[in-house]
Design a protein around this ligand. Structure first.
Ligand code: NCD
Length: 323
């Protein structure tokens, strides 16, 4: 067993619902704590006793590969008991509501609940009804805080600081909780953010975020340090937002030719899952010189360990379910 980091309080809230509510010192402390877990995860003994005796429930109402598996791994590496609640096999498919399901789970006395739901605000609603720490793993098109934190960790490891960096977020911003959380985080940390998207895939009030907006990818990419690509979220679209995926790739798909317009040495990121040949060319996604996509996945486990650790410190302080 490896000894845990000193247990000072990091987060004011007992839930992680969004980046919007986090302060710069809180974000920095989470990134610093995650660094210790990056080192731990690269060693042979990846296990600590930080969450020994704690129970973590993963409650996913939407499909997930990376997020769910990394929360599971994060919980297990910290020594918690982890239960994955598959919504397809639960009573939700028999018509039970979100609140009923959550209240039932709450009676089993979990300490931490990770929830992904198709409705914006679902995690916040649960945080008001349940006794445990609630972590938002994506609510509709609202926020996905751990994705923005893992993206920030990936960027900070490569660039050192956020101040003055220019980050382009490209594609389906309208439906993307990843974009929203990243915009909040990058602006708070002092980076400049550009949104590059067709008008149909930008929120009507996008100019109020304090970002620069481009509809032409060739103009928007000029001089950027980081290019963050987003998936076309077809499951959230009613009707046609783009004429065809072929045409979309022509104007907004990232290939090596468009990437040449960015700053020399610029990096490419994507939260996954990718639609190859729609928003990103395989040759870019798999180019280890520029693509940080696999690194993002690695940072995902470390960030989720940091978040679980930080929230459980609050539990211990309150004496709630203290082991
Ligand atoms: C994202 C999500 O679910 O919001 N995926 C993820 O968590 N890595 C992005 C997406 O679905 O496109």
């Amino acid at each position: 067993m490896t000894s845990a980091a000193p247990a000072e309080t990091i987060l004011k809230s007992s839930h992680l619902l969004g980046i919007e509510q986090l302060s710069v010192p809180e974000i920095t402390a989470l990134l610093d704590l995650a660094e210790t877990y990056v080192a731990l995860n690269r060693g042979a003994d990846k296990k600590t006793a930080t969450l020994r005796g704690r129970t973590l429930i993963n409650l996913f109402f939407e499909a997930s590969t990376r997020t769910q598996s990394s929360f599971e791994l994060a919980g297990k590496r910290l020594g918690a008991d982890v239960m994955n609640m598959s919504v397809k096999t639960s009573s939700v498919s028999k018509g039970e509501t979100l609140i009923d399901t959550a209240t039932t789970l709450n009676a089993m006395r979990p300490d931490l609940l990770v929830v992904r739901h198709q409705d914006s605000g679902a995690a916040e609603l649960l945080s008001r009804k349940l006794d445990c720490c609630v972590i938002n793993a994506g609510d509709g098109s609202h926020e996905h805080p751990t994705q923005a934190l893992l993206d920030a960790l990936t960027i900070r490891r490569r660039r050192g600081a956020f101040q003055g960096l220019v980050v382009a977020i490209c594609g389906d911003v309208l439906h993307s909780r990843v974009a929203r959380s990243n915009i909040h985080l990058l602006l708070k940390m002092g980076a400049r953010v550009r949104l590059i998207a067709p008008r149909t895939l930008l929120p009507a009030d996008a100019d109020r975020f304090g970002v620069e907006i481009f509809h032409d990818m060739k103009k928007g990419l000029q001089g950027v340090d980081i290019v963050m690509m987003l998936r076309l979220q077809l499951e959230r679209m009613s009707g046609a937002f783009v004429p065809s995926t072929r045409e979309y790739f022509h104007f907004y798909g990232l290939d090596h030719e468009k990437l040449k317009l960015a700053k020399p040495g610029a990096f490419v990121m994507h939260p996954g899952p990718m639609n190859r040949g729609v928003e990103i060319d395989s040759a870019v996604a798999d180019d280890i010189e520029v693509s940080l996509i696999q690194e993002q996945v690695e940072m995902g486990v470390a960030i989720r360990m940091a978040v679980l650790d930080a929230l459980s410190r609050g539990l211990a302080k309150e004496g709630r379910n203290a082991p």
